[in-house]
Structures are given as structure tokens and as C-alpha cells.
Design a protein around this ligand. Structure first.
Ligand code: HEC
Length: 151
């Protein structure tokens, strides 16, 4: 952790108590924004997983629509990760994001690539061809969550 951030965090904790935070309106809105984007992403991704696992019927058209949405959404969360949002109380984002910014950014770019490939192959509606691309997207989500999202 950067000393400046540690000092800021320590100051925030001292000033407001451990559960509160010192973030302003703008920071809270940024967190709400990125959580909303991820929420919509998850909402679309989940039924795709259920289709791949055979828990629900595979609907090629619905799958392709959802894959397209995830691919579009992958370009949206970054603007919500502005400086100063590390200490917003109800965020699950780890402070490590801002210490390893390039790595974090790279992981979002991975998702943009894997989800674009999935959206493209999904147009063909071939479940067998879709499977490895779907797996790659799931791995992109997990790689970032493992390092940068609290459980
Ligand atoms: C580059 C990093 C990164 C990638 C890639 C990523 N996430 Fe996340 N995700 C996060 C972070 C960080 C949070 C916590 C945001 C917060 O609470 O401020 C999060 C939060 C979430 C949430 C909780 C949202 C809420 O309601 O608060 C869901 C659901 C989610 N991600 C789904 C996904 C899915 C599905 C994928 C892949 C298709 C994905 N994420 C890819 C970093 C990532």
C-alpha cells in the first residue's frame, strides 16, 4: 500500500470510525455505477452458464444476445474505478486495484477480448464451438475477482 493511501485510510478510520468512510458523493456514485454494470453483467452471464451446464435448455438466440451484452458491458466498468473510491464503505473492490493499476486494466482488457470472441462465435449457435470461448470468459472474470474483489 502506498504510504499516502495508508495515511488517508488511517485518517478516514480515525475521523469517522471503522465502518464509516470519508468518500464524497462523486466517489459513492462511481461505486454505484460500477456495481450496477457488474450486476447487469452477472445477470446476463449466469443464464449463459446454466445453458452451458445443461441446467436449462440451450437457446442459441438468447445466448448470442446475452454474449453480445456482456461484450458491450466489458467496456463500461473502468470509468467507475476513479481515484479515491478505494475507501467507499460498501464497495467490494480491493485497494490493490489502485496499487496494481496496469495489471487491473490488463485484466479488464482480457475480458473485453475473450467476451468479444465469445459474442462472435455465439452468432453461429454451435454449442461445441461456444464452450471453450465461454470458459475463457469465465476465467477472465475469475482472474480479476481472485485478486481484486472481496468475497
Ligand atoms: C478487471 C476486473 C474484473 C473483471 C474482469 C470482472 N470483474 Fe466483476 N467485479 C470486479 C470488482 C473490483 C468488483 C467489486 C466492485 C465494487 O463493489 O466496487 C466486481 C463485482 C462484481 C459483481 C457484484 C456486483 C454488485 O452487485 O455489487 C458481479 C455480479 C460481477 N462482478 C460479475 C462479473 C462477471 C460475470 C464477470 C465476467 C463476465 C466479471 N465480473 C469480470 C472486478 C472485475
Amino acid at each position: 500500500m502506498h504510504r499516502k493511501m495508508a495515511t488517508l485510510l488511517a485518517g478516514a478510520l480515525l475521523a469517522t470510525g471503522a465502518t464509516a468512510h470519508a468518500a464524497g458523493d462523486e466517489e459513492e456514485k462511481a461505486v454505484e455505477y460500477r456495481e450496477s454494470v457488474f450486476h447487469v453483467m452477472g445477470h446476463n452471464f449466469k443464464p449463459m452458464g446454466a445453458m452451458m451446464k445443461g441446467e436449462i435448455d440451450f437457446d442459441a438466440e438468447e445466448f448470442a444476445t446475452r454474449a453480445e451484452r456482456v461484450s458491450q458491458l466489458a467496456h463500461m466498468p473502468m470509468e467507475g474505478f476513479m481515484e479515491g473510491t478505494a475507501d467507499v464503505a460498501d464497495s467490494e473492490a480491493k485497494p490493490g486495484i489502485w496499487e496494481n493499476w496496469e495489471d487491473f486494466q490488463g485484466k479488464m482488457e482480457d475480458l473485453q477480448e475473450t467476451s468479444a470472441e465469445l459474442a462472435e462465435v455465439a452468432q453461429g449457435g454451435d454449442k461445441g464451438a461456444i464452450a471453450p470461448k465461454f470458459k475463457a470468459v469465465g476465467e477472465s472474470c475469475k482472474a480479476c475477482h481472485d485478486d481484486y474483489k472481496e468475497d
